[in-house]
Design a protein around this ligand. Structure first.
Ligand SMILES: [Zn+2]
Length: 316
């Protein structure tokens, strides 16, 4: 997981900017109409009261599922899951994820609160892109060898550190709750402050927010751990080969031998490394931490790469 710079102002798309949908008092934006209708539906005590759904009527949001909203999110998240950083668009449509769940809320203690954050169903700052495995409740393997599974996936989970601070109505200021959110929002928090990605693919928490996030997003599911370990291994190979290429170059230069082949090898490995860290590459959180460990453990090799104009610092 990495921090994603997502602008907080509404995107410049019709859903949020064009008043061409019918609201109660004339033409309005699709997002504004969703909000108006959601409040009318969910805040009516005839429909919902005392944590109970009393109506059989269903509510359908339209703004967040609009193709233009999804396109805008795809561009910001580079078609990767906000939580696990897996590239998703080539194998599944991808979920528009509500960080604060809209229909109901599962607290840290397992309490079910109904309705959820209904007024944030179309709120741009509540929307992320997620893969099915992080977003939906499902049994996932936690041990490939023995077949053990565990139910995980964020679904309606939204733990707070202090349940008494939870906001339950559109009439209250949601920002009051922000300081008590007990899971990482990659568009608000710096995941590096909460999670450590190990070379073996495991992820471990730095604090309780990290611990909750690993649990809620299922970042420890076995297939994902395996994939991260493969990525770490590939990056390790690239870094080692780069280091060897530098040594060969130095040796050839010192002995007055031709250096063309060494320079060629160095250039190829440099490009391989740069490719690993492209914006749309998977598992950048793991890769950045791995590179930082390489720098700490191999300061002389690292500096030699910098001296050869291989700009590693920009990836940290
Ligand atoms: Zn995911």
């Amino acid at each position: 997981m990495i921090f994603i710079q997502k602008h907080t102002e509404d995107p410049d798309i019709s859903v949020y900017k064009e008043k061409r949908w019918n609201g109660s008092s004339g033409k309005t934006t699709l997002a504004a109409r969703d909000l108006e209708k959601a409040i009318a539906h969910y805040a009516d005590p005839i429909n919902f009261n005392n944590n109970k759904k009393l109506t059989r009527k269903k509510f359908k949001y339209e703004a967040y599922s609009h193709k233009d909203t999804k396109k805008a999110l795809n561009e910001i998240f580079k078609s990767k899951c906000a939580y696990c950083e897996s590239f998703i668009m080539h194998i599944e449509p991808g979920d528009i994820e509500h960080f604060r769940p809209k229909a109901e809320i599962h607290s840290k203690t397992g309490e079910v609160l109904i309705p959820g954050y209904y007024w944030l169903g179309a709120d741009w700052n509540n929307l992320l892109l997620s893969c099915i495995k992080c977003n939906r409740s499902n049994n996932e393997a936690i041990n490939i060898a023995n077949g053990a599974v565990q139910n995980m996936g964020k679904a309606n989970h939204f733990p707070l550190f202090d349940e008494s601070k939870r906001i339950r109505s559109h009439t209250n200021n949601i920002k009051i709750e922000d300081a008590f959110v007990a899971i990482i929002n990659p568009c608000v928090d710096e995941p590096n402050d909460h999670l450590v990605f190990e070379d073996n693919g495991q992820v471990r928490p730095i604090d309780s927010k990290g611990e909750n996030s690993i649990e809620v997003y299922g970042l420890f599911r076995a297939d994902l751990v395996l994939k991260r370990s493969m990525v770490a291994r590939d990056l390790n190979s690239t870094l080692i080969t780069l280091t060897i290429a530098v040594q060969l170059l130095e040796s050839s230069s010192a002995n007055g031998l031709p250096i063309e082949d060494n320079l060629f090898l160095l250039e190829i490995q440099k490009e391989a490394l740069y490719s690993c860290f492209q914006e749309d590459a998977e598992y950048l959180g793991l890769k950045r931490q791995k590179l930082a460990r390489f720098k700490a453990q191999n300061p002389f090799s690292y500096q030699k790469l910098i001296d050869l104009s291989i700009d590693l610092n920009r990836f940290l």
